[in-house]
Design a protein around this ligand. Structure first.
Ligand code: GDP
Length: 578
C-alpha cells in the first residue's frame, strides 16, 4: 500500500468487500465512504482485524525528488515514468532579500494579464513560459508554506531558488532555507540579488555559501549562482534559463492520463464562490466536473481558473489551478485526489455486512430524521443510483443544495445502473439509505435490503426525491425553545412569606395568570428572580386562571422576596422551528 489509498482500491487489492472496511472504520467511530482515502497506519489497524497484512509501497510523492537527485548512472537507464512535466519552483530566502520582488518581476513580465484586466486574484502559484516550455512558481514567500507542505509529506517542489541580497550576504533565514532545500533533497539555484546596489558584494556571498556546503560552479562546485537585480529585472531571464536547464537534467515526469492527484497549496474563502483552493496538480488530469476528496473534505469541481483568472476545463501535472466546489476549507498541504467515476467493481463476495449492532432498526428516512433530532446523527447518508450519468449528476447536485449547517444530506456513493446488493451493504454500513432514480432494484438487492432493514426508495421524478430528502432534513432540524409571555400582574399585597413560597395579591394588568405558569419577577423592569405559580385564588376560591383587569391571590414558589409594586410575568416555553 502507498502512503494512503482509497477504500475501494484497498478492498480490491485485499479482495475483501469495501463495506467490511467501512464497517471496521465505523466501529472505530470513523464514518467514511467508499470513495474516501485512508492512510497506511489506519489501514494497517483496520485490515489486521480483517486478517489482511499491509505491505508498504515506497512513498511516491516524497521519494520522487530524492530519486531524481541520485546521479543518473548510465547503466540504470530505466526511463522515468509518465510524460515530461514542468518543474515546480519555490523561492526562499532571508526577509527583505527580494523574494517578493523577484516573484513579481517573473510574474509581471511573463504572466498574461486577464482580458478582464486588473481584477485578477493574486494566487499562490503561477506558470510562466520559458523557451517553449513552462516553469511553475509557488508564490508563497516565506518558509511556512514550504515546511507545512513538507511536514505533511507533500513534496511539491522540484527546485528551490534561494535569494541572497548581495549587499547583506548570508543571514539566518538564508541558512534555514538551505536546510529546507537539503532536507527535501532538491536542487538549489542561488539568486544573488540587488547587484545594482553599490554595496553589493556578490563574491562575498559565494564565499559565505561554501561555509554552508553550497559550492557554486565558479568555485568548482555544481550549484548555479545567478547574479540579478529583481528590481530592475536584470538577470531574471538568466535565472529562468538555469531553472529550465536544471529541470531538464532532473527529467521530471508524471502521467497526464488518469484521475488527478495533487496538493492544496493555498486556500481562501470567496464571498460568492465559497471555499476556493489553489491546487497543484501532480499526476493525471483534473477536469471540471470531477469529484474530488482530500480524505476529509469532498467536492465536485465546479470551475477551474488559472493564475490570470481564465477559466480552464482541465489542468495537467505541474499546473496550479484555483478549484471551486469544495464543500469546506481544506488545509494547506492536504493531498487532493479525484475519485474515479464508476470504478469497475468486481462482484463482491456474498459476505453480509457484519457487526453494526442495530440492524434490526429500520433505516428509513423518518428514523434517520428522528436520530438526527436526538442529536445522534449530523447528517443523512445516501447512496444514489440513477439510470444515466446525467441523472446521477442532477440528483447529486440537487441534494448538495439541500440542508444547511444544522442538517445535511451526504451522498456517500453514487452510480449509474440498478441498485445492487453492494449498494445496500454500503447504505447499511453508512447507516443510510438508497435512493434510486429511474433505476431498478435487482432481486438480491431487494432481499438484502429486507434482511438488513435498509430503506431503498425508488423515484420517477427528481422533484419527489428532492422533496423527500428536504422534508427529512427539515424534520430533523431541532426546534428552538421560545419563551411566550402570557400575562403580567402587579403586586398590590404581600400576605405571607415562607422559605420557598410566598402568598401575594395583585391585579392582572394584561393577559392572564394561571396555575403552573413559569414566572419572572421584575422590579423596576429588571428581573430579580424566577419561580412558578402553585395556586391562583379569586376571593377564597381556587381557580385555574384570572384574566386582565381582575384581582387575585397567588401562591408562588420562589426564593426571591417579592415586594409591593413588583411585576409578575407569567410565561411558558414553546418549540418553534427556527
Ligand atoms: P522579501 O522580504 O524577500 O520578499 O523582499 P522584498 O521583495 O519585499 O524586497 C525587500 C526590499 O528590497 C524592497 O524594498 C525591494 O524594493 C528591495 N529590492 C528587492 N530587489 C531588489 C533589487 O534587485 N535591487 C534593489 N536595489 N532593491 C531591491
Amino acid at each position: 500500500m502507498p502512503a494512503s489509498a482509497g477504500i475501494a482500491e484497498i478492498a480490491e487489492r485485499a479482495e475483501v468487500p469495501p463495506t467490511d472496511i467501512i464497517m471496521e472504520l465505523l466501529n472505530r467511530g470513523v464514518l467514511t465512504t467508499i470513495n474516501a482515502a485512508i492512510d497506511r497506519d489506519t489501514a494497517r489497524a483496520v485490515m489486521r482485524n480483517l486478517g489482511v497484512a499491509i505491505v508498504d509501497e515506497p512513498d511516491v510523492v516524497d521519494a520522487a525528488p530524492v530519486a531524481a537527485r541520485e546521479p543518473k548512472k548510465p547503466d540504470s537507464a530505466a526511463p522515468a515514468e509518465g510524460d515530461p512535466r514542468p518543474p515546480v519552483v519555490t523561492v526562499m530566502g532571508h526577509v527583505d532579500h527580494g523574494k517578493t520582488t523577484l516573484l513579481d518581476a517573473i510574474r509581471n513580465t511573463n504572466v498574461v494579464d486577464s482580458e478582464f484586466g486588473g481584477i485578477t486574484q493574486h494566487i499562490g502559484a503561477y506558470q510562466v513560459p520559458v523557451n517553449g516550455s513552462a516553469v511553475t512558481f509557488i508564490d508563497t514567500p516565506g518558509h511556512e508554506a514550504f515546511t507545512a507542505m513538507r511536514a505533511r509529506g507533500a513534496g511539491v517542489t522540484d527546485i528551490v531558488v534561494i535569494v541572497v541580497a548581495a549587499d547583506d550576504g548570508i543571514m539566518p533565514q538564508t541558512v534555514e532555507a538551505i536546510g529546507h532545500a537539503k532536507a527535501a533533497s532538491v536542487p538549489i539555484i542561488i539568486a544573488v540579488n540587488k547587484i545594482d546596489l553599490e554595496a553589493a558584494n556578490p563574491s562575498r556571498v559565494l564565499q559565505q555559501l561554501t561555509e554552508h556546503e553550497i559550492v557554486v560552479e565558479d568555485f568548482g562546485g555544481d550549484v548555479v549562482a545567478v547574479p540579478l537585480s529583481a528590481l530592475e529585472g536584470r538577470g531574471v531571464d538568466d535565472l529562468l534559463e538555469y531553472i529550465n536547464l536544471t529541470a531538464e537534467l532532473e527529467e521530471l515526469r508524471a502521467p497526464v492520463a488518469g484521475p488527478a492527484e495533487g496538493t492544496i497549496i493555498e486556500t481562501r474563502l470567496d464571498h460568492s464562490q465559497g471555499p476556493v483552493a489553489t491546487v497543484l496538480v501532480q499526476r493525471g488530469t483534473l477536469n471540471v466536473g470531477d469529484t474530488v476528496t482530500t480524505g476529509e473534505i469532498n467536492g465536485r469541481v465546479r470551475a477551474l481558473f488559472d493564475e490570470s483568472g481564465e477559466r480552464l476545463r482541465t489542468a495537467r501535472p505541474s499546473t496550479p489551478v484555483q478549484v471551486m466546489g469544495l464543500d469546506s476549507m481544506p488545509e494547506v498541504g492536504d493531498p487532493i485526489s479525484v475519485i474515479p467515476r464508476q470504478r469497475k467493481r468486481r462482484r463482491q463476495s456474498r459476505t453480509p455486512a457484519r457487526g453494526s449492532g442495530d440492524q434490526a432498526m429500520r433505516l428509513s428516512l423518518e428514523s434517520l430524521a428522528a436520530q438526527m433530532t436526538a442529536g445522534r446523527l449530523q447528517q443523512i447518508n445516501l447512496v444514489v443510483k440513477a439510470d444515466t450519468a446525467g441523472s446521477v449528476d442532477a440528483v447529486v447536485k440537487s441534494i448538495d443544495q439541500l440542508g444547511d449547517d444544522r442538517a445535511r444530506a451526504m451522498v456517500v456513493y453514487e452510480g449509474v445502473g440498478s441498485v445492487t446488493e453492494s449498494d445496500v451493504n454500503l447504505a447499511s454500513a453508512a447507516k443510510g439509505l438508497v435512493l434510486a432514480f429511474n433505476a431498478r432494484v435487482d432481486a438480491t438487492a431487494a432481499a438484502e435490503a429486507e434482511r438488513q432493514s435498509v430503506d431503498v426508495r425508488t423515484y420517477r421524478t427528481i422533484y419527489e426525491l428532492i422533496d423527500d430528502v428536504d422534508a427529512a432534513l427539515k424534520g430533523s432540524i431541532k426546534p428552538e425553545q421560545v419563551e411566550v409571555v402570557d400575562g403580567r400582574l402587579e403586586i398590590r399585597g404581600e400576605f405571607r412569606t415562607e422559605r420557598a413560597r410566598q402568598i401575594v395579591g395583585g391585579m392582572v394588568l394584561s393577559g392572564r395568570v394561571y396555575t403552573g405558569a413559569r414566572v419572572r419577577i421584575l422590579r423596576d423592569n429588571e428581573e430579580i428572580g424566577t419561580g412558578h405559580i402553585l395556586t391562583v385564588r379569586r376571593f377564597s376560591d381556587v381557580v385555574d386562571e384570572v384574566r386582565q383587569g381582575f384581582d387575585c391571590g397567588l401562591a408562588i414558589e420562589t426564593t426571591t422576596k417579592i415586594q409591593l409594586a413588583d411585576i409578575i410575568e407569567a410565561s411558558h416555553t414553546e418549540e418553534r422551528l427556527p
